[in-house]
Design a protein around this ligand. Structure first.
Ligand code: PMV
Length: 318
């Protein structure tokens, strides 16, 4: 066994189809250039320790938390513990999380952490886990964390690029001539994915005809988006963002600050913008033409968290 291993995985933005993907429709998601890095060592002999910034949690050899009973990393520990059980490994070590991805903002930070941690663990112990196996373990942590995830976040964190995602194990890389930059603006409000997913699923049950009509419109947007991305038609992608956002509004996922951001972005000349991720706050994404850098500069004067991100970035790895 090695003494240490490092791995990193990217965050993501959902370009089209969040929530619809939970109901079985395909979504389009891309890996961004913000990453989570994990450094794992076997320097600890009788515990498993997870550290991120000021937060540190530990578990004894029999799986009991050491110190505080409720750890924000419990789902991550349970995931590592499952890998240990499956491979007959003692669950010890120290994992340090170093993240560039804002949490609870729709950028896939929890999945990126889970994917990078499994990969580092696999490398440290020479397990040679396949990408699909890594996704399955990360799904375990995501399920504990979010309740009913579609699996889109761990999949993109693992495979990278830009993919069509259609449910666990069902994804396809989208061949694109180039990857557009996206402008990401944080709305100032963090939120819980599970709460937003429950809200939409409840609406789908309460108003099946309305939801059915929205899914029909989504299917048209999806098909057009698929071809716009393949042709690198950024202007069209922007217009389709705006349409997808209107569906998210209809599902009750937007709020005043999100709408304000969208209005300001439109005033600055983006091709289009939308909420990304579960909604109820989180982030807005936009695409624009050559003036995107200038727009990013203008937005940064108004909003504290603005990123101009590369898309189609690499998945889990060094
Ligand atoms: O956790 P978020 O904000 O990245 O949302 C993930 C996308 C959803 O479709 C809302 C949930 C899911 O698991 O697909």
């Amino acid at each position: 066994m090695k003494e240490s291993a490092t791995a990193s995985a990217p965050g993501k933005v959902i370009l089209f189809g969040e929530h619809f993907v939970v109901s079985g429709f395909p979504a389009i998601v891309t890996a961004i250039d913000k990453r989570v890095k994990i450094r794992l060592t076997n320097s600890v002999e009788n515990r498993f320790v997870i550290v991120s910034g000021q937060v540190c949690s530990a578990w004894s050899l029999n799986g009991q938390p050491v110190g505080a009973k409720h750890s924000p990393f419990q789902a991550l520990y349970d995931m590592v513990n499952a890998v240990c059980r499956d491979h007959g490994i003692k669950c010890v070590g120290r994992a340090e999380i170093d993240s560039e991805i804002m949490g609870a903002a729709g950028l896939g930070s929890s999945a990126a952490v889970a994917v990078a941690l499994v990969k580092a663990f696999s490398d440290l112990h020479g397990l040679e886990l396949t990408i699909d196996k890594i996704i399955q373990y990360a799904m375990k942590a995501e399920t504990e964390f979010h309740g009913r995830p579609s699996g889109i976040d761990p999949t993109i964190a693992a495979v990278g690029g830009t993919i069509i995602y259609h449910g666990p194990g069902k994804y396809m890389h989208l061949a694109t001539p180039a990857n557009p930059k996206v402008l990401i603006v944080f709305s100032g409000k963090k939120r819980k994915t599970s709460k937003m997913v429950n809200h939409v699923q409840q609406l789908a049950r309460d108003k099946p005809r309305l939801f059915g009509e929205l899914t029909k419109i989504y299917s048209i947007i999806y098909r057009e988006a698929f071809s716009a991305i393949q042709k690198y038609d950024v202007e069209k992608i922007g217009k389709l963002f705006t349409m997808n956002h209107l569906l998210m509004r209809a599902l009750g996922l937007s709020n005043e600050s999100v709408e304000k951001i969208i209005e300001v972005l439109a005033g600055l000349g983006v091709y289009g913008s939308k909420l990304t991720g579960a909604g109820g706050g989180g982030c807005v994404i936009a695409v624009a033409g050559e003036n995107i850098e200038r727009i990013a500069g203008e937005m940064s004067k108004i909003y504290p968290h603005v990123w101009l991100s590369q898309t189609g970035c690499r998945g889990v790895g060094e």
